[in-house]
Write a protein that binds this ligand. Structure first.
Ligand SMILES: [Zn+2]
Length: 66
C-alpha cells in the first residue's frame, strides 16, 4: 500500500485509489483550492470599482409631448 503525507495537514494518507490526492481528503483539497482562489483574487494594485451608473432608460421614455 503506497503511503504519503498530505501536503496540507501533514497527515498520513494513501495515494492509491485516493481521489483527492495529493491530499488526504476532500476537505484538504477544497481548503487548498480555496487558498489558491483567495490568492488569485488578491491581485496587488487592483481596486474594486463599483458601477453605480444607472442607465437613463430606467426613468422611462417620456413620449408625451407638451
Ligand atoms: Zn490532509
Amino acid at each position: 500500500m503506497l503511503g504519503m503525507i498530505c501536503p496540507l495537514c501533514h497527515q498520513p494518507s494513501i495515494w492509491e485509489g485516493n481521489p483527492w490526492r495529493p491530499f488526504c481528503s476532500e476537505r484538504c483539497q477544497m481548503t487548498d483550492l480555496g487558498a489558491w482562489a483567495t490568492e488569485r483574487y488578491r491581485i496587488p494594485g487592483s481596486t474594486l470599482t463599483m458601477d453605480t451608473s444607472l442607465p437613463d432608460s430606467l426613468e422611462g421614455d417620456d413620449d408625451t409631448e407638451a
